[in-house]
Design a protein around this ligand. Structure first.
Ligand code: APR
Length: 242
């Protein structure tokens, strides 16, 4: 089987790697029950970005935005890390220097046991005050009144990067640095269309890393990666978690 040969090649290569980046998108969490954004059943097929995921939308109607994020938070809180999240957690213990660089806000990599996690787009279980910028972990699934308020009296917002907003430069610069230093870079479950995150696999290619993609569909990365595996995240994990 071609796939098995490719996986054996990948395993051989991985054995000698030290600096590993695991870059993930919504697809890795789909089999945990969390919808992606752009698949046929994706969130952006049913909801409007301009009404829910921009700073302007929050300014215009913070109650609508909060209601949607609380709905997502409740769904995400019911989900569990799947075998692919668990594989990556196992890898973090096995390899010298492994970092997870994720676009996901679902906290599933941390729940799977990864400590080295860069959350490029924030985390749905944190809030940020738009007045004092205080960031707090918050697992509330409802509030007495929306929008919730900070102790300083300011309005709280989900600690998420919305469209049109810049990523945290400390997190982005670290992700770029790790991608430049990586000898093994694997991209799992992302359509590779949202920048600057989508530039990371290409930065790794430029720097000479062994770049692998896992996605049931082709993306702009597929023809540039050393190996592009047309499979689901848990299918990929099944080759390792025997
Ligand atoms: N296993 C692996 N990949 C999968 C699976 C699966 N079971 N199911 C779907 N996929 C793939 C799809 O083929 C698609 O390429 O996951 C990808 C999901 O793509 P998107 O929905 O575009 O999600 P993502 O790439 O994470 O989006 C990037 O866009 O909406 C913003 O901020 C949001 O972080 C998000 C960013």
């Amino acid at each position: 089987m071609e796939e098995e040969r490719q996986i054996e090649e990948l395993k051989e290569r991985l054995k000698n790697c030290k600096n590993i980046v695991v870059f993930t998108g919504a697809g890795i969490s789909k089999e945990s029950g969390i919808p992606t954004f752009r698949d046929s059943d994706g969130l952006w097929r049913n909801f409007k970005i301009e009404e829910l995921a921009t700073p302007e939308a929050f300014e215009e109607d913070p109650v609508r935005v909060w209601s949607w994020y609380l709905w997502r938070k409740e769904k995400i809180a019911e989900c569990k890390p799947n075998s692919c999240h668990l594989l990556i957690s196992k890898w973090e213990k096995e390899f010298e220097n492994l970092w997870v660089v994720t676009q996901n806000i679902d906290n599933l990599h941390r729940r799977a046991g990864n400590n080295n996690v860069l959350e490029l787009h924030g985390n749905i279980f944190y809030t940020r005050c738009i007045n004092c910028f205080d960031v707090k972990e918050d697992h509330s699934l409802s509030y007495p009144k929306l929008p919730p308020k900070c102790q300083c009296g300011g309005i709280l917002r989900p600690h998420i990067v919305w469209f049109g907003e810049a990523l945290d430069p400390n997190i982005l610069n670290k992700a770029i640095e790790f991608s430049q230093k990586a000898d093994f870079f694997i991209s799992i479950g992302t359509s590779t269309v949202v920048y600057p995150a989508a530039s990371l696999p290409f930065i790794a290619i430029q720097a000479g890393a062994y770049v692998v993609e896992v996605n049931p569909e082709k993306t702009s990365l597929s023809k540039n990666a050393v190996l592009s595996l047309r499979m689901k995240a848990t299918e990929f994990a099944s080759f390792f978690l025997i």
